[in-house]
Design a protein around this ligand. Structure first.
Ligand SMILES: O=P(O)(O)OC[C@H]1O[C@](O)(COP(=O)(O)O)[C@@H](O)[C@@H]1O
Ligand SMILES: [Mg+2]
Ligand SMILES: [Mg+2]
Length: 344
């Protein structure tokens, strides 16, 4: 039964399967240990000495909360015991070289969705594990397809760890005895789903293909999609990904015309790459709208990228709209709307 399998037993079995597998297993175990500590901090809110208040800016100019800093410190302490060649974090300006003889590198977003901390909504930790190249200066400039493992933890009603080791996606939930146990094995995302997520307050800044896609969703049975959609926006990538892993759907954080958002908001190395690996391993897709996310390699650590991820059918439709201006025009033309001039 899935509920009986403990994460440490699962990692023990995996550690015997490939040359780097032991290092990957130790790193995932260290992240899981850190996650229990972070769950305690986020779970006690103002009762703990971590307030969730803004303390400054990180190297990328984002507001940094005290819990961002605390989560980063906890993860770095726990990962300090794992055999890691280089470590990168959203909260660090540059990657840190740890052990040149080690075989893997780890990139982390210690606390994702941090605007949700003080309002008691789900936040999380995201991680990506890569092979260590000979030149460690290139460790975080590899394509996403090079990842050995990726995952994220949600600190919400449940603390759950979503993990891919390159052979499907499994979910482990923290039980009351403080150990992660398998809750879902071999997660598969539905190919089509009727739910989309985007921060609609940016509508006036979007490019035409994104506007066309959202217009199709909003038009529902009266438009070209010919079915009604539901909408969500949690402003927490981990929560949106978990929802998609549970019931499908599509998430969009596209590029837009606001200053600084020409490549969207999310970071390639420690947000989009791991999410894309998880999506593909669960039978879904992740794209910029023009390119597969896993084909991209970052030229700098904090590089941003438009991210469209989720059910195959919806991600492909967004890609179609990006490739074909005539299609965008036809979606936007009221003449072709179901209840337009030609379709009463
Ligand atoms: O506030 P916005 O622009 O809607 O952005 C929300 C997005 O930003 C993020 O919070 C960025 O991650 P961080 O909190 O790690 O900076 C995502 O989790 C979320 O999808
Ligand atoms: Mg994040
Ligand atoms: Mg973060």
């Amino acid at each position: 039964m899935t509920g009986q399998l403990r994460l440490d037993d699962y990692l023990q079995r995996y550690s015997e399967t490939a040359p780097e597998a032991l290092a990957v297993a130790v790193a995932v175990d260290a992240i899981a240990t850190a996650a229990i500590e972070i769950a305690d901090l986020t779970g006690t809110g103002q009762l703990s000495d971590a307030s969730g208040l803004t303390t400054g800016c990180n190297s990328d100019g984002d507001l940094q909360r005290d819990l961002d800093v605390r989560a980063d410190a906890i993860l770095r302490r726990c990962l300090g015991k794992a055999p890691i060649a280089a470590l990168a974090s959203e909260e660090m300006r540059e990657p840190q070289i740890v052990d040149r003889a080690a075989k893997i590198c780890v990139a982390i977003d210690p606390l994702d969705g941090s605007s949700n901390i003080d309002i008691n909504m789900t936040v999380g930790t995201i991680f990506s594990i890569l092979p260590a190249p000979d030149d460690l200066g290139t460790a975080f400039h590899q394509r996403g397809s090079a990842q050995l493992a990726a995952g994220f933890v949600t600190y919400g009603p449940q603390t759950s760890l979503v993990l891919t080791l390159g052979d499907g996606v499994d979910v482990f939930t923290l039980d009351r005895a403080r150990s992660f146990r398998m809750a879902r094995r071999g997660v598969q995302i539905p190919e089509t789903a009727d739910e989309f997520a985007i921060n609609a307050s940016n509508r006036r800044h979007w490019d035409a293909p994104v506007r066309a896609f959202v217009d199709e969703c909003l038009a529902g049975v009266d438009g070209p999609a010919n079915r009604n959609f539901n909408m969500r926006w949690v402003a927490s990538l981990v929560a949106e990904a978990y929802r998609i892993l549970t019931r499908g759907g599509v998430f969009l954080y596209p590029s837009d015309a606001r200053p600084g958002y020409g490549d969207g908001r999310l970071r390639l190395t420690y947000e989009a790459h791991p999410m894309a690996f998880i999506m593909e391993q669960a039978g879904a897709a992740a794209s910029t709208g023009r390119e597969r996310i896993l084909d991209l390699a970052a030229h700098n650590l904090h590089q941003r990228v438009p991210l469209i991820m989720g059910s195959q059918h919806e991600v492909r439709r967004v890609e179609e709209l990006h490739c074909d201006p005539l299609l965008v025009a036809s979606v936007s033309a009221p003449l072709f709307a179901r209840r337009g001039f030609f379709r009463l």
